[in-house]
Design a protein around this ligand. Structure first.
Ligand code: ZN
Length: 407
């Protein structure tokens, strides 16, 4: 298969011959354009562009420069693609490269990124993962092993000028409500560290000042972090600019629903084998605004789960929230962590397990005033011991390791 984007692991991404991009903007030129029906391989850096190392210190997570992320490969065009079409994208395969057979998970520090439970776990931590064929284990999190559900955290087509401006305006309005918040409400444009792909220097400066950061998902897809968008899936992306401009990166070996530690998946460099096609006028024909997709036929299968419930009542203040799924899911996660701690895991290890293992997060009830009910389902088979409740009480594991800390 033709490799349309190559990653040179002995160089920083900024020094590559074919430039990566870490912003979304309609002017970023196509790396290559393919006919409908084409198949090609795309190699990707990990989302931080190599800032995180395979070692036992979380200093790199503490000090990571988040204005530089995500390092994306593309954009790629499809001949004949026009605004209003749907680009049909097959994730024919996703995996790791022989030069980089490992992954990492970060709990980001409250003052540099944060995470879903940052008020409870405010300090930088890291876990590294080894791959064994389709399975993974970590020297920092004992007694767990599972098969990967490998997927791109981030994939989408370039926005047009209209969508670029609309999102910039609505995000600026939200940011103005509390511009000094820690962690911040959102990531505004930041020209200093923008990489604009193959865009010539003269045009790049203007575009970088208004280009979208890659942090949130938007109408075009982007950083959706959906674990079920795994190898074997077919995605239908809205097309906004001629050619489409498909870009991707942030490959995850595995992830729990919500990617709760923020750098919550098992992050890795790797490759995607891509097939492309078009549905002309598909946005109007099917009423599509955001991408739709068909999941893979080969996801890991688990026979049994232990499910934790959470409701929309604040854990610290006892305040009642109105049908707030964010609060309810946080409570479900915290309940699961407290349970796993009874078996000998540290809170940080349990937090990392929920972020990385293929746990199922669901909105179970969103109408029963005033409490939303969210659930978190953990596949019991990922543990090499029995985590089910019984009259005997929990059997403690021998836990002689910990997640990596910052000095
Ligand atoms: Zn990621």
């Amino acid at each position: 298969m033709h490799t349309a984007f190559h990653v040179e692991f002995d160089k920083w991404p900024e020094e590559q011959s074919v430039k990566t991009h870490n912003r979304w903007h309609p002017d970023i030129p196509m790396v290559e354009t393919f006919k409908p029906g084409a198949e090609f391989r795309v190699e990707c850096y990990d989302w931080t562009g190599g800032q995180i190392k395979n070692d036992d210190s979380a200093n790199d997570v503490r000090d990571v420069d988040l204005t530089k992320v995500h390092y994306l490969s593309g954009p790629f065009g499809v001949e004949g693609a026009e605004p209003g079409d749907l680009m049909v994208v097959d994730l024919l395969d996703v995996g790791y490269l022989p030069e980089s057979q490992w992954g990492f998970t970060g709990i980001f520090a409250r003052d540099n990124g944060g995470g879903f439970l940052t008020e409870h776990y405010p300090d930088a931590r890291k876990a590294c993962w080894d791959f064994h064929g389709i399975y993974t284990t970590s020297r920092h999190v004992p007694n767990v092993r599972w098969a990967g559900i490998v997927h791109p955290g981030l994939i989408g087509c370039l926005p047009d000028e209209k969508l670029l401006k609309a999102a910039n305006d609505r995000e600026a309005k939200l940011l103005s409500t509390d511009p000094d918040r820690v962690p911040p409400l959102l990531a505004p444009p930041h020209a200093d560290t923008a990489l604009m792909g193959q865009l010539e220097a003269g045009k790049a400066a203007k575009a970088a000042a208004e280009a979208w950061r890659t942090v949130p998902p938007r109408e075009h897809g982007g950083n959706c972090d959906i674990k079920n968008l795994s190898r074997g899936s077919r995605i239908y992306f809205p097309v906004y600019v001629p050619g489409g401009g498909l870009s991707m990166g942030d490959i995850h070996w595995s992830q729990g629903d919500g990617e709760i530690t923020f750098c919550g998946a098992i992050e890795m460099a790797g490759y995607l084998d891509i097939g492309v096609d078009l549905i002309k006028g598909g946005m109007e024909k099917y009423g599509v605004i955001n991408p739709i997709f068909r999941p893979s036929p080969i996801e890991p299968h688990f026979a049994e789960y232990l499910v934790f419930e959470g409701i929309s009542v604040d854990e610290t203040t006892g305040e009642q929230f109105y049908l707030d799924a964010h609060v309810a899911y946080r409570r479900a996660c915290l309940n699961a962590i407290e349970y796993l701690k009874k078996f000998g895991y540290s809170g940080e290890q349990a937090y990392v397990i929920l972020g990385t293992a293929p746990v199922e997060g669901r909105i179970s009830g969103i109408v029963d005033i005033p409490n939303a009910c969210c659930t978190l389902a953990i596949p019991t088979e990922i543990f090499d011991f029995d985590i089910r409740p019984s009259a005997q009480g929990p059997t403690k594991i021998e836990n002689t390791v910990s997640v990596a800390q910052a000095s």
